[in-house]
Design a binder for this molecule. Sequence first.
Ligand SMILES: [Zn+2]
Length: 301
Amino acid sequence: MKLLGLILTIVSLLSAFEYGLKPVKVNDKVYCFFGKAEVMDTKNNGNMVNSCFVNTGKSWLVIDSGPTYLYAKEAYSSMNKIKKMPVSHVINTHTHDDHWLGNGYYKSIGATILGSFEFSNLSNDNSPRMQLRISPKVYALTVPTLPTFLISKDEKLRLDSMDVQILHVNYKAHTNSDLLVYIPQIKTIFCGDLIFNDRIPSMRDGDVSGWIKILQHVKEMKLTTVVGGHGDITDSTSADIILGYLTELKAKVQTALKDELEIDEAIDNIKMKKYKNLALFEMMHRQNVEVTFRMLEWENE
Ligand SMILES: [Zn+2]
């Protein structure tokens, strides 16, 4: 009986939690859940990332499965109220855990999951950051589940009546595992964390030059709908804030290197106050200057 009591308590705790996810219609075929401009914590429980659904005709294509099993389950259940269809495919835009820890749920309902070959190099030693930073009650059913198909070049899919192109970025940009999902029929591209438009990005795993290069390519494609991994601007201007930030950051760090500033001086001097109203500026900007300084210093040697 004790065991039954324990099971009932766990079930009631699990069923009590809801993220309160609300899908936003982006265009005729696309809905997204937009996360908060925050870092993961026990209040947002990982709802600080975007997850999108594309209606391919008879099924949904999911771009990024979100931070937990419960998140993915709730998102799909809410999409089923819009149109009841199976999820045929999930594409993970890169290896950061807020974008793919929902995979376990989608695998359990039969979806095929695709992601970069770099997933095979993820270490099994560490618990995901998500597990350490959000409520254990919300994380509970999440089992890190890697993509079933790993990609190391551009790929084309035909899903129902829709052509879907996966563009594999073969240099480091936001990470070394970035994929973009391009759907010509609806002039739409999903860029994962190559685009943040409501908060300062983290340069931790990135390369400023590669990141600028791929964003310039996206701008040249002149698309109608451009969706990022964080932030809810989805029109053709979606990449402008981050492209502006990265371009200025790179130029300022290059000048500091030319002027032979020490790294601490560069961090103190490169303020870029124009971006100070973006969320997480205080937390991330100095660190971004430092990472960029070390990277460009190394490239110059
Ligand atoms: Zn990321």
